[in-house]
Design a protein around this ligand. Structure first.
Ligand code: ASP
Length: 499
């Protein structure tokens, strides 16, 4: 009997589904801890109390259900009390007591669900390895092939205009869903206290980064002092700026001199895309490994406390992805919604499992050119720009999170404050780097703009990993959408091959 060949995108989706199941079956036990002390290690389970001491003075006590809080406290306390040495005293329900001296780490007990994670990590590193040189090479070629300054300004204007439109709709959708559902109104005060105390250290680390969004500084910093440093640091906005300028002015010198240069970057870009196609063969296994590890490690207890907030964000994300984008697709192009999403399956799975628009960019670029009929010069220009500045999912999430935190703290935001959120969330999303978790840090700017306590991010950190995966999907789908819309408006959209 001949076994039917499964298409790559279906294999990847299968990896995703199996990863979820595997992660659930082998999830981390929330009542178990592994304690590393004095060169030894011990696993404890179902303890009734756990106390931290330094010499004879008690530092902090925790009850059994506080696995995460204990780990987080140990992470911050161990480096601080390094010299004085920490001891943990554990009491069990049968009154047995264990005293473990000279503590070096407390962690969750790993399960088989997390064992394959290195495969996923290699996959993300391979994609990230390609992202920076690809942005550089493709933007230089893209800008150079748009032939003249007027043409570049026209495409650039359309791209930024389209991104501004989708961002405005996304943030409004976030505000509407948070105002209608009011997820923060239903949070019991003991849940609020528990979340604040568990995640306060992590929140502090983000707040201490002291990110500000001074527009003038932001614009000044886009211009790299040293483009090579920008490339080394993966500073996407500066790389985009430098590459576009280089591409534009390549068209202004004699072809005899510019041609070898353009050929070099064209060759580089084509090679990188070919490499992506090869790397995608490990995607089903990598997606499986990444999703299994994330699900296995995910704190489902926290999800219960934040379920209404999580659902509010997800409803907003579903709305923009499956209602707004199809609507814009129908208005601006003749591509069928079904074909568009069918072509995007790989992009969707990679974005969801890596939580990184930058890591997904090489895949998006390949799919837009190969399956959606977008010519190289438009994909090369619109996609790197979109990956860097266009983050609808992140902007929506920031708007909902800001309103949620305000509701929990009992702040009533008026219309002007909500409009301030629209503006700052749009800017914060532009300033968000296309890598995991940065949307949460940039949220601090949105909170500051309307005077909501920054410490409030501790309330939502517990589900941020999950929401990061979800918000990265519209972040990248909107880039592909912009690509087909702009190619179509220029009369340059080729044949679509979604299969
Ligand atoms: N992970 C998101 C992205 O790469 C950014 C964020 O919202 O943290 O698109």
């Amino acid at each position: 009997m001949k076994i039917p060949r499964i298409k790559l995108h279906n294999k990847i989706l299968l990896g995703l589904v199996l990863g979820v199941l595997f992660g659930i079956i082998f999830s981390v036990n929330p009542n178990k801890l592994e304690i590393l002390y004095g060169g030894k290690s011990e696993q404890i389970e179902n303890w009734s109390e756990l106390h931290f001491y330094t010499y004879d003075s008690l530092l902090k006590s925790f009850s059994a259900s506080k696995q995460l809080a204990i780990i987080k406290f140990s992470k911050s306390a161990i480096p601080v009390y390094k010299e004085k040495k920490l001891t943990v005293k554990i009491t069990f329900p049968d009154n047995n007591i264990s005293v473990l001296e000279n503590l070096s780490e407390i962690r969750k007990v790993k399960t088989i669900g997390m064992i394959f994670k290195p495969v996923g990590d290699i996959f993300i590193r391979l994609l990230n390895m390609i992202a920076v040189p690809l942005v550089l090479a493709s933007l230089i070629v893209g800008a150079a092939s748009l032939s003249d300054l007027k043409h570049i300004a026209k495409i650039g204007g359309k791209t930024i205009g389209f991104y501004a439109l989708t961002a405005a709709i996304a943030i409004s959708a976030g505000l509407v869903s948070a105002n209608l559902i009011e997820p923060g109104e239903f949070m019991p005060s003991d849940t609020k206290e528990r979340l604040l105390s568990t995640f306060q250290e992590e929140a502090r680390t983000s707040i201490d980064k002291n990110i500000s969004l001074d527009i003038i500084d932001f614009l000044v910093n886009i211009v790299p002092k040293n483009p090579f440093a920008a490339i080394v640091n993966g500073d996407f906005l500066s790389i985009v700026f430098f590459s576009i300028l280089l591409g534009v002015f390549l068209t202004q010198i004699s072809p005899a001199k510019s041609k070898p240069f353009i050929n070099f970057f064209e060759g580089l870009s084509e090679t990188l895309i070919l490499l992506v196609e090869k790397i995608m063969h490990i995607a089903p296994y990598a997606v499986f490994a990444l999703i299994a590890a994330t699900v296995a490690e995910f704190g489902f207890n926290i999800l219960q406390s934040l379920i209404l907030y999580t659902v509010t964000v997800i409803i907003g994300l579903l709305f923009i992805t499956f209602i707004e984008y199809p609507f814009l697709l129908i208005i601006f192009t003749k591509i069928s919604v079904k074909d568009f999403f069918k072509a995007q399956k790989q992009v969707l799975a990679v974005a969801f499992s890596t939580s990184s628009s930058a890591a997904t960019l090489p895949v998006t670029m390949d799919i837009c050119k190969r399956k959606l009929g977008v010519p190289n010069k438009i994909a090369s220009f619109v996609l790197p720009l979109g990956t860097t500045i266009n983050m609808d999912g992140t902007a929506l999430y920031q708007a909902v999170a800001a309103l949620f935190i305000a509701q929990v703290y009992g702040y009533d935001l008026n219309l002007v404050q909500q409009l301030t959120i629209v503006l700052t969330a749009a800017l914060a999303a532009i300033g968000t780097s296309p890598v995991p978790g940065i949307g949460l840090i940039m949220l601090i700017i949105v909170l500051r703009s309307v005077g909501i306590p920054e410490e409030g991010i501790a309330l939502i950190i517990g589900v941020d990993r999950l929401l990061d995966m979800c918000r990265t999907v519209p972040n990248v789908i909107a880039d592909s959408l912009a690509c087909v819309v702009i190619a179509n408006s220029e009369g340059e959209l080729g044949e679509i091959k979604p299969g």
